[in-house]
Design a protein around this ligand. Structure first.
Ligand SMILES: C[S@@+](CC[C@H](N)C(=O)[O-])C[C@H]1O[C@@H](n2cnc3c(N)ncnc32)[C@H](O)[C@@H]1O
Length: 381
């Protein structure tokens, strides 16, 4: 139940004075991720019944899951993107002991493979354009050695550490600038950056799990297309939803991680085809429009209405879209999509999108505000 005396408007949701990207939340880049203060504050204000769980229907890099876990609450996340799910899984799993020795060992084995000329470069489109030959060798040797680890948690943590440095060691100018430039990256740089990323991950995870005296919640992540998820796959006790959906023509999650996915053996094109809001769906022949997005969000609210407890609370953060030059008010659209499934808008607050959050899409770059919408599921639904 949303207490009547709690007003979200009393909080500055811009969080202007805080450091937004540190510790566990900074171990891997992810586009349009939550600043942790958003789920943290929402949990503080709105989570009241300890018998309920928290759900993020578009969990991305797992910010909501980490914050729920820290608050001692079990949480569920769903995301289409296999790399997002991998990052979220690693952020919410204790690091196995001896991890730093394993990092050194993997790097040593990879260097030996290179010296022996025993490295197969995977078939990846336009690889020579984006990666120097010695960088390709180092990444391929590291991936092969990481795959030999038999403990899945170790393999996953090493994969995330390697993935986090892939754009840095490529010819790509930056995570949000798709231009190839000449960067002075040497073979040793790849190994140094990998080792630093892996050690940082290990230290950060140890702080997270060993530094807490309180109960730590459990996070469960489903790598699925939300439109295909059935209520029976989720717990039926969701008390609080904290999520930010993808929206038309804004961020391209598949494109942002395209080369990371290729290196990790994932398929970016499958993700693109099912990604809600991806630009490709809005600019092809017979393209989608905002009505398709409203229908997709309706399916999402239908799922929520089946797994949430009566009077449960759902918080959605969404910005505006521009489709073929038309401004789309996604806040009104979400409210319309939610209503037939029993959700009532309780409060809407506006927040500034930080200037540091960049999109590949220049028209979206001009949008600098988003809304936090709080719905309650009416008991009669
Ligand atoms: C705004 S991001 C979420 C970021 C997240 N709050 C975080 O802190 O990292 C939206 C997410 O929706 C996911 N997504 C897009 N289409 C999807 C679909 N059909 N099913 C499930 N997830 C989808 C994207 O992969 C992306 O991770």
């Amino acid at each position: 139940m949303l207490p009547d005396d709690i007003l979200l408007k009393n909080i500055d949701w811009d969080f202007p004075d805080s450091v937004n990207n540190s510790g566990i939340h900074a171990i891997h880049p992810y586009p349009a991720k939550f600043i942790p203060q958003i789920p943290r504050e929402l949990i503080n204000l709105l989570y009241t019944d300890p018998s309920t769980s928290i759900l993020d229907t578009f969990s991305g890099s797992g910010t909501t899951l980490v914050e729920a876990m820290r608050a001692g609450i079990d949480a569920y996340g769903i995301d289409l993107h296999p790399l997002a799910c991998l990052i979220a899984k690693v952020k919410t799993t204790p690091i196995p002991s001896g991890f730093e020795d394993i990092v050194s060992d993997v790097a040593l084995r990879a260097r030996t493979r290179i010296k022996q000329g025993n490295v197969d470069i995977p078939l990846i489109p336009r690889l020579d354009h984006w990666f120097k030959p010695h960088v390709q060798e180092a990444l391929a040797a590291l991936i092969d050695e990481i795959r030999k680890e038999t403990d899945e948690d170790i393999e996953d943590a090493l994969s995330v550490a390697l993935s986090s440095i892939i754009v840095q060691v490529s010819n790509q100018e930056s995570d949000t600038r798709y231009a190839a430039i000449d960067k002075p990256i040497h073979l040793n740089d790849v190994f140094d950056r990998f080792r630093k990323a892996a050690v940082n991950l290990s230290v950060t995870l140890q702080e997270q799990f060993n530094g807490s005296q309180n109960r730590i919640g459990k996070a469960t992540i489903l790598n699925r297309d939300i439109l295909m998820v059935k209520a029976s796959e989720l717990p039926q006790n969701v008390g609080l939803v904290i999520t930010s959906p993808p929206y038309p023509n804004a961020y391209e999650y598949w494109l942002y991680h395209k080369y990371r996915m290729y290196w990790l053996g994932m398929d970016p094109i499958t993700v693109k085809n099912r990604e809600i809001g991806a630009r490709a769906h809005y600019f092809k022949k017979n393209h989608q429009d905002e009505h398709d997005f409203e229908r997709q969000m309706g399916m999402c609210f239908n799922l929520l209405s089946q797994v949430m407890v009566p009077d449960g609370i759902a918080c959605f953060v969404v910005g505006r879209s521009i489709i073929h030059g038309r401004k789309i008010d996604n806040t009104a659209l979400l409210s319309r999509a939610a209503k037939p499934h029993g959700f009532v808008v309780r409060e809407i607050v506006e927040r500034r999108i930080p200037a540091s959050r960049k999109s590949f899409n220049p028209s979206h770059g001009k949008i600098n505000r988003e809304h936090l919408i709080v719905f309650t599921l009416s008991e009669s639904s």
